[in-house]
Design a protein around this ligand. Structure first.
Ligand code: G6P
Length: 617
């Protein structure tokens, strides 16, 4: 293996690694500028400042002009750029390399006023401003990792008490002090989490990243209203259903998919002769439908969610902390990592603020209008779900139709990715040579295996060396073809580094949202989908009523689709009515006529008689 000095000689100005350390550390003193916390006004007025500024700097053409210069390719200049812009949080061991994003110095200085406005808005947010104006809510996920920041003693107490309750409950379950009424193991061995969106993605990411090989309780998820998926999870539990703690998570307490999952699981408990209440835990807003159900039915425990914590930023609330603690994850370390990163991302000096640096790169790479996708590539199996987690955090925060001033902007940044080097064998071909509609974020984990477990599969080379080489090789190959990338480096995957990563991206999304003047903390578009789903179900009920009536009148009579649509008073919904009947027929949903009139009316037969081709023959 080439000696380190040999490696260093390729960079003429560097000596062996103590020099590298000195070189790198000399430029990045970690003295954080204590930002003067001016009593700036509401976020809205700050937003107006920003939006007033938009005309000057939201000039995509200007960005494009700056990009015409192409990317720096001289190795010495690139190394200098790497050193100049490398962000290091030495205590966390987290580094951020933005050198392979081609922003110009002019762009950085042009954006400075908007960053200062964003920092101001963020300070207001942390002080308890209504930073989610569309829902009239504060935004307080940062307070979860440092309760003293919360704007009043009541909230501070709530945060501290909830954390203590989570730790106590998890300890009691793991120790067997709290146990199921009738289980062969005499203790809880499984967690079945029922929740969706932010009530699932964070817990799923953290379970994949941090759960030990043999956790005290093994977690599985029902995060959809797919009957087969629910059946699969319950079947896999088998008799261990008796040793399963069911955690039902829903901030609103009314999400249909979660409610359906709960009802299906409660049915399974009944069929197994088990008392669900003795194994049920609810995590939801106080007095929500779910909270009241859990209270009235006497479930084992209930933990609060706060209206000032959004689903996609709830991993540091009971939503993420309870499942993690039950798996033996050190949740206080997660909170420490997040808190340390929060402190770093309060800096008002762009180069000292890793979240601001990310936002700068996102704006440059996507022209501030989401013109390119964010491909997230952790080169570590345990971080596989990080991109799915970021899909919600980034896209549900930034994917907005209107900005804070009511302009239609259709903002957003699309996120996808799985893990490296696996994805190199799937779609990196297109990234390297195909349509240039993305930038990559590599997540690098320096520690390959726990100490003492390394093994050379060939002289001087380990599996981890290959993984390292694949990451670096892909980064270089993409950059050689003018594909930009960011690299976030952590020493290893630990509760602290995972907490820091979550906090880094939560803040980056918030800062970026200020740069593009949108509310990152509501999700109006989701309501539209929920409403439309409700309308389909309402139409289905009308179709059933019409078919039941028909089968009562004359079981032999078959109605045409148009006749059904007309009887449903929904002549324009003929296609949806066809699809409703198609779905019901595929599930052998025979119609049982109301009361005792008529015989069961088989939709299969009905569907056979309304073949689309015949309808329009
Ligand atoms: O936690 P719940 O209230 O059940 O909401 C679950 C999810 O529902 C919607 O999709 C929201 O857009 C998400 O932000 C939320 O995480």
């Amino acid at each position: 293996m080439a000696s380190l000095s040999g490696l260093c000689s390729s960079f003429p100005s560097l000596k062996p690694n103590n020099k590298i350390g000195a070189e790198l550390s000399s430029f990045r003193k970690d003295s954080l500028a204590v930002s003067s916390r001016s009593n700036s006004s509401f976020k809205h007025s700050v937003a107006r400042e920003v939006s007033a500024d938009l005309s000057k700097t939201n000039d995509v053409a200007g960005l494009k002009k700056a990009k015409q210069g192409g990317l720096e390719k001289d190795p010495k200049a690139l190394w200098r750029r790497y050193v100049d812009w490398l962000y290091q949080h030495k205590e966390l061991g987290l580094y951020l390399d933005v050198s392979r994003i081609g922003f110009s110095d002019e762009f950085v200085s042009e954006m400075e006023p908007r960053f200062q406005a964003a920092f101001k808005a963020m300070q207001e947010l942390e002080r308890g401003a209504v930073a989610n104006p569309d829902e009239g809510r504060m935004v307080g996920h940062y307070w979860l990792r440092n309760a003293k920041l919360a704007p009043n003693p009541f909230l501070q107490v709530q945060i501290d008490k909830t954390l203590a309750a989570i730790c106590d409950f998890a300890d009691s379950v793991i120790s067997g002090k709290i146990k199921p009424p009738s289980s062969p193991e005499g203790r809880f061995t499984q967690i079945l989490s029922v929740g969706i969106g932010g009530s699932a993605l964070g817990p799923q990411f953290v379970a994949e990243a941090l759960a030990p090989d043999n956790p005290p309780l093994k977690i599985r998820f029902i995060d959809n209203t797919d009957p087969a998926g629910i059946d699969h999870q319950i079947a896999q539990l088998g008799p261990e259903l008796a040793s399963t703690l069911v955690i039902v998570i829903s901030k609103s307490g009314g999400t249909p998919e979660t409610r359906n999952g709960l009802l299906e699981v409660q049915k399974a408990f009944r069929e197994a002769g088990l008392d669900f209440a003795k194994q049920g835990v609810a995590i939801t807003q106080e007095n929500s439908l779910l909270d009241n159900t859990a209270r009235i039915e006497g479930w084992v425990a209930r933990f609060p969610m706060f209206d000032w914590v959004g689903g996609r930023t709830s991993e540091m609330s009971a939503v993420g902390l309870l499942p993690a603690a039950l798996q033996g994850v050190d949740i206080r370390e997660m909170l420490v990592g997040a808190s340390m990163m929060d402190e770093a991302t309060r800096s008002t000096v762009l180069r000292k603020n890793p979240a601001a640096l990310l936002a700068l790169c996102w704006y440059w790479a996507t022209d501030g209008i989401g013109s390119k996708d964010m491909v997230v590539l952790p080169y570590k199996d345990s971080l596989l779900l990080f991109s799915r987690y970021l899909q919600q955090l980034v896209m549900e925060s930034l994917g907005k139709e209107f900005d804070l001033d009511g302009n239609r902007v259709n903002q957003g940044i699309s996120v996808y990715g799985n893990k490296g080097s696996t994805d190199q064998h799937a779609y990196i071909q297109q990234l390297r040579e195909g349509v240039h509609n993305f930038f990559v974020t590599f997540i690098e984990v320096l520690r390959d295996r726990p100490p003492g477990h390394d093994w050379e599969l060939e002289p001087g080379v380990t599996c981890g060396d290959y993984l390292f080489g694949m990451l670096q090789g892909t980064r270089s190959a993409l950059y050689a073809n003018n594909r930009e990338s960011i690299t976030v480096t952590v020493q290893e995957v630990t509760p602290r580094s995972v907490g820091a990563l979550i906090a880094l991206y939560e803040r980056a999304v918030g800062i970026y949202a200020s740069l593009v003047n949108i509310n990152a903390y509501h999700q109006p578009g989701v309501e539209a989908g929920k409403k439309a789903a409700g309308e389909v179900l309402a139409l289905q009920k009308r179709v059933l009523a019409v078919l039941n009536e028909a089968s009562c009148e004359d079981p032999a009579e078959s109605l045409t689709l148009q006749e059904i649509a007309d009887r449903c008073h929904a002549p324009d919904d003929i296609e949806m009515i066809y699809k409703i009947i198609e779905h019901m027929a595929a599930n052998d949903r025979a119609l049982i006529a109301e009361g005792d009139c008529g015989s069961p009316y088989s939709l299969k037969v009905f569907l056979g008689e309304c073949n689309v081709d015949e309808l329009y023959a």
